[in-house]
Structures are given as structure tokens and as C-alpha cells.
Ligand binder design. Sequence first.
Ligand code: AHM
Ligand code: MG
Length: 341
Amino acid sequence: MNAQRITTLGQFIIERQAEFPYSKGQLSRLLRDIGIASKIVNREVNKAGLVNILGDTGETNIQGETVKKLDLFANEQFKAALKAGGECCVFASEEDDEITTIEGAVSADAKYAVLMDPLDGSSNIDVNVSVGTIFSIYRRVSQEGPGLLSDCLQKGMHQVAAGYVVYGSSTMLVYTTGHGVNGFTLDPSIGEFCLSHPDMRIPEQGFIYSVNEGNYIHFPQGIKQYIKYCQAYDETTSRPYNSRYIGSMVADFHRNLLKGGVFIYPATGKAPKGKLRLGYECNPMAFIVEQAGGKASDGKNRILELESTDLHQRTPVVLGSRRMVEKVESFLREFPDPGSF
Ligand code: AHM
Ligand code: MG
């Protein structure tokens, strides 16, 4: 029997270390820390149906311990791993109103700011649907000591790494450091993420559109028209396209990355800035999709060039296969909304 050569995430990160500018192994250690923490989160996500961990924060379990919601659990795991790892000087998360500065880091010259959505789509856990972790990493712009808010408010184009973990039918970690995108599947028998999807590329044109059509009435004209376009019959462009929407951005994004498609969370009449967050949802996904040959836009502008002024700022987002994103942009130009959008 042939022994198959397996490349683990840890090996891969070390092999690729030379690609990082000024590399002293710090970004590698940071990525490794995130990988390890995600395995702990994965373990708890898998147990979610079995143990009473889904209760509201503040409840006590049978051992008299405080029960935590999984999103808070995940937040604490990642924060603790990054604190202990010593390469992160400031941490920002969907779960925390403010940044967490990391003082007295193990490594005196911690260089990185990390933004995270520790458990995106967490409302789906109760019904056994895929959820995910999203992360975004910058080199600090402040000089020394604990990091500052300004380290977290950089444009997405300055990210040095970004990735996500999808806790699904199998668990996968996908990341980029600006040299393509690679995907690793967790082999539970050995507890390692193993390289399963090297050099991922998103098809230029896909046949899936992913949008919460329940909000149709609130959508901008251009998005309404684009949805009609997706649903129209046209043999030459293989329409109608398929509609697929899980309601977990990581899972929707991951499917479209593999198969080709477009994910849209537009501005709506109710939420003129959209729902999703620039710093820890849209920027990391935009970096990944661009590295895979796709495109990410707010409908007009490149996501990675948007100014970041607020930790929890929202933006409309259209991302996925390049030609599909361009088509959405052209519809938004052709059918502008007077005023509000
Ligand atoms: P969350 O960060 O509170 O989990 O919300 C983000 C999620 C995304 O995963 C998903 O794409 C979106 O919210 C779904 O929103 P909606 O239910 O409005 O379609
Ligand atoms: Mg989220």
C-alpha cells in the first residue's frame, strides 16, 4: 500500500514562511495559534447537540459551572490563544465592543493586529447548520507596546493574512497570506488540518447567486433587477441560475469559492449600510476571493480600498466570481436609486 504524503497546516506554514516579508516566524506562529484554537472551537461545535452549552450566558450547567454561548466561548478561546502566543498586540472581535490591547505579550515585539468574527452565523448552531470563524491580520502601524485602535482600522488592502474556518460536514481552514489561497481539511483521526485544496481558484463565472431574497422588497433597484436577471431563461448564459443561501456567510462563501457564484448582502431600505461588518467579515473574505481570482465590491468600490473608521462598521457587499460581481455592479449603475442607497 502506498503511503500518501500528507502536508499538515503546521508543515505548510513553515514551508511557506519565506514568502513573508521580514519573516522571523512570527506570522507563522500566529497562524498556528489560530489553527490550534479553531480545533478547540470545532470540538465544542461538534458537541453542541450533546451538551448543554447552548444555554444563554449566565445559566449554570449540571456541574455548577457557568454555561457559555458558543460564540462567547469561541471568542475567549481565540483571545486566550493569541494572548498566550505573544505575536498579537491588539485583538478586535464582533463579540467585543472595544479592542482588547495585549500588554506584556510573551514576545516583546508583538507585531500583529488580529480582527475576528469568532463564530459567524451562530444562530444556525441550534439547527445543526454550518457556522464559521473569520480572521483578518494586519501588521501594526503603531510603534511599540500594546496595540491601538488605529492598528485595527487599516484598509483591507493592507491585510497580511486572512482566513476562515468552516465547521461543516467536515471542518476546513482556508487562508491566504497574499500568495494564493490554500484549504486544509481537519482529519479528526489525527487531529490535524491537512492540505486538501491547494491553490484554490474561483471560477470567473458561476451559476449560483446567494442573497436573502426575503428582503427583496427592501433591496435597491439594481439588486432587484439583477435577481430578475438570474431568474430569467437564457440558454446562452445557462440561466436561470441556482439560488443557494444558507445564512452563514462562511458556508455560503465557501460553496461559491469552490463552485463559482456570487454572494450579495446589499444595502436595504431598513439597513442602508447593509448588515455585514467591514473589518472582520467583508475585508478578510474580499482578500481571499481576490487571491483566488474573484472580486469583492460594495456595489461600486473595491472592498479592500474602503476607509475603515469604526471597528464595527457595516458595508454592503457583493463578492465571488469576477464576472458575476461585475454584472451586479453594472446593474447597480444602470438602475440607480434616487437618494437612499
Ligand atoms: P452574525 O455575525 O450575527 O452571525 O451575522 C452574520 C450572518 C452571516 O453569516 C450571514 O451571511 C448573514 O448574517 C445572514 O443574515 P440574514 O439572516 O439577514 O440573511
Ligand atoms: Mg458575523
